[in-house]
Design a protein around this ligand. Structure first.
Ligand code: 5GP
Length: 190
């Protein structure tokens, strides 16, 4: 690519998706990635252990606490946060490289991280996915059988705190009907 084509190429936009655990963010994210051209997902780093079926470098980069601390000290994260019981963070270089290439980037991160991103990159579009109600969220979290009771309670308590911050987002999508919520997100990004 010549210097002038690089200069003329439009920078991509950054979209940040948040919402309580179990609200369906993963499905919405995948639908957007499958249906919006040039939308890239930034794979986060985490100190959480992989769940059954998860692969390093696909769902997350699974790293040790020591490595996470090193990367914080090296200023490698665009944002990071302690979520539930582990650390999660987005690598700055991943996001910036894709935006520079002209691709749009989607992050799926928690509320603390989303607010850090908005502070550093005010043009980022923050989208909050809300459940139709807390009872429904509890039902979904219990039904997916990926967490034990303690973990479910931690996630439900965090959900209540996250819901209080949804007004700080640019858009709120209520995931009552999954197909409509997927379509709403796709249109919003497009
Ligand atoms: P899970 O452990 O269920 O995959 O994710 C737990 C929470 O961590 C979710 O709310 C998810 O959005 C959030 N999360 C995942 N990656 C990141 C990240 O890079 N930064 C922040 N701040 N949160 C993240």
């Amino acid at each position: 690519m010549t210097d002038s084509t690089k200069r003329n190429r439009k920078k991509g936009r950054l979209f940040v998706l948040s919402g309580p655990s179990g609200v369906g963010k993963g499905t919405l994210r995948q639908h957007a990635l499958n249906n919006v051209p040039n939308l890239k997902y930034s794979i986060s780093c985490t100190t959480r252990k992989p769940r059954d079926g998860e692969t390093d470098g696909v769902e997350y980069r699974f790293i040790s606490h020591g490595k996470f601390k090193e990367d914080i000290a090296g200023n490698l994260f665009l944002e990071y946060a302690h979520v539930h019981e582990d650390f999660y963070g987005t690598l700055k270089a991943d996001v910036v490289n894709e935006l520079e290439k002209g691709n749009d980037v989607l992050l799926e991160i928690d509320v603390q991280g989303a607010l850090q991103v908005k502070q550093k990159m005010p043009d980022a579009v923050l989208i909050f996915v809300a459940p139709p109600g807390i009872e429904e969220l509890k039902r979904r979290l219990t039904g997916r059988h990926t967490e034990n009771d303690k973990s479910i309670n931690v996630r439900l308590n965090n959900a209540l705190k996250e819901l209080e911050l949804k007004d700080k987002y640019d858009y709120v999508i209520v995931n009552d009907d999954l197909d409509s919520a997927c379509e709403e997100l796709r249109k919003l990004i497009l």
